[in-house]
Design a protein around this ligand. Structure first.
Ligand code: SF4
Length: 374
């Protein structure tokens, strides 16, 4: 596969050789990242570990995943153990990793593998895709990496590599099909799992979004964009409008015995079944004057600044209110007081951890401490 292309000034550039799997695999053999879910020294990959890591790695960096992966594996060493766990335990262990639908699907998938496949993951991409939380990328990754099937997982990293390697001018997201086809055409029948992981490593460590390290890239010679010198401008993308800013209020009630007031979100929608401090709805039309506190008759203090968090589809800004209540205070209906030192057992999403940290920092300010004592 030899590609020619033109620079922006119109000069025709010819790639020096065609990219091939053998070159990338030879590089992978000496440069592969050492990751705990990867089988080493010719050992057979464990499909449970491959699947668990692939679910955790969706939209999440390797460094972030590592401690969660270790925690899950020591707590639930195989798919049957995970299937037998309670959902709250799984959500709680997942707290902080984000995209919580993944945790619910992870648990549902483990149950389905045990119930429908006697605890043995299916090898085929199509069968894998029927399981909860497994889409096109994950089914291809598990099929290739765990079972050596010829399949090509294509994520944003791999799209970037393909777009540069072949200087694909078509814009994302329309270009997805083209980029997936180019990656599939390069995939060898043998060592498809290693090839997938080699592509992942190349995208993560060398062909990075900014300042790719082309000088040490195994595909330096055949890379069309590199030949033209405009590799950093790929992949081409249709500009997308950012989600509209949503706002809301969060109310932090701290009891004198260091218990905090919490509740559980509904079973559907964003952050379903996760733990939160009471608060308003989050929307673009939010007005501070409409924020309604969970306990009446208290002297609420507005914490200076706001807590910002970015979800996949929208940025969020929360105004935080804080109050300290006596030890004997009871929790309103459907809420509970939880000791601060037991928060790790709660399925608290990152945004709520930020809210609590913001409020607790405020509670220790001299001004607040002074007014409390008055
Ligand atoms: S040569 Fe550079 S731009 Fe091309 S694939 Fe390698 S790292 Fe990416």
């Amino acid at each position: 596969m030899r590609e020619t292309s033109r620079t922006r000034s119109g000069e025709r550039v010819k790639a020096k050789a065609a990219p091939d799997a053998a070159t990338l695999l030879a590089w992978y053999d000496v440069s592969a990242r050492v990751l705990p879910w990867r089988a080493r020294g010719g050992a057979k990959p464990d499909p449970y570990r491959v699947w668990l890591s692939e679910i955790m790695l969706q939209q999440t960096r390797v460094e972030t995943v590592l401690p969660y992966y270790a925690k899950f594996l020591s707590r639930w060493p195989d798919v049957t153990a995970l299937a037998n766990a309670r959902q709250e335990e799984v959500l709680s262990a997942w707290a902080g990793l984000g995209y919580y639908a993944r945790a619910r699907n992870l648990h549902a998938c483990a149950k389905a593998v045990v119930a429908e496949f006697a605890g043995i993951f299916p090898e085929d991409e199509i069968e894998l895709r029927r399981l909860p939380g497994i889409g096109a990328y994950t089914s291809a990754a598990v099929s290739a990496i765990a079972f050596g099937r010829k399949a090509t997982p294509v994520d944003g990293n791999i799209e970037r590599v393909m777009s540069r390697l072949f200087a694909v001018e078509e814009k994302l997201p329309a270009a997805k099909k083209t980029l997936a086809r180019l990656a599939a055409e390069l995939t060898p029948a043998l060592r498809a799992g290693d090839f997938a992981q080699a592509l992942m490593d190349l995208g993560a460590t060398i062909c990075t979004p900014k300042k790719p390290a082309c000088a040490i890239c195994p595909w330096l010679e055949p890379c069309v964009a590199r030949g033209r010198g405009d590799q950093e401008t790929f992949p081409r993308k249709v500009e997308k409008a950012e989600g509209k800013l949503r706002k809301g209020a969060a109310f932090v009630v701290l009891r004198e015995d260091d218990h905090i007031l919490l509740r559980t979100r509904g079973e559907k929608g964003l952050l379903a079944s996760m733990t939160e401090v009471p608060g308003s709805e989050w929307n673009a039309e939010y007005k501070e004057s409409t924020a309604s506190a969970p306990m009446r008759g208290l002297k609420w203090r507005k914490v200076s600044g706001v807590v910002r968090h970015v979800f996949t589809h929208f940025p969020l800004e929360l105004t935080v209110y804080f109050v300290r209540v006596p030890k004997k205070a009871g929790a309103p209906k459907a809420m509970r007081f939880v000791p601060l030192d037991e928060l790790d057992r709660e399925a608290l999403p990152s945004v709520m951890r930020k809210v609590i940290a913001h409020a607790l920092e405020f509670s220790s300010e001299p001004e607040f401490t002074r007014s409390k004592q008055e």
